[in-house]
Design a protein around this ligand. Sequence first.
Ligand SMILES: [Zn+2]
Length: 143
Amino acid sequence: MIAPDFDYDAVRQDMPEARVMRGEAYAAKGWVDLVEVAPTGVLAHVMGERGIAYVVEVAARDASDARCTCPDFAESGLRCKHVVATVFRVLDADDAELEAAAGRLSRLTDMLDMEGRDDAALLVDRARRDPALLRELEGEPVG
Ligand SMILES: [Zn+2]
């Protein structure tokens, strides 16, 4: 098993349908960037309506252990549309995509090591929670 075995019905339970649909739409638009995937949990950068990427962490089959850096989550502590988007994206991904995401940060660390960065591990750890830094380190244009 590469990713958590999410139970989507349990994740959506007690959640307003509109929030679920927004989350699914975000995933369909490609706004979920899977940064770290492991059997115990997932970390993703999810783009929001205002063009700000939020950092989302989801663990447990029913996503009962979830965090997001968006204002909704900070206010309510309830699972937000970004959590739904992340779970939906994971369930929609094939094994190759999940494998790629699972090895992403270690590949980046290796690449920075080869470039002679002795702070590679530290930088990659910061990039987990910093969407702009991650893109910069992976060599994509920032903007
Ligand atoms: Zn959120």
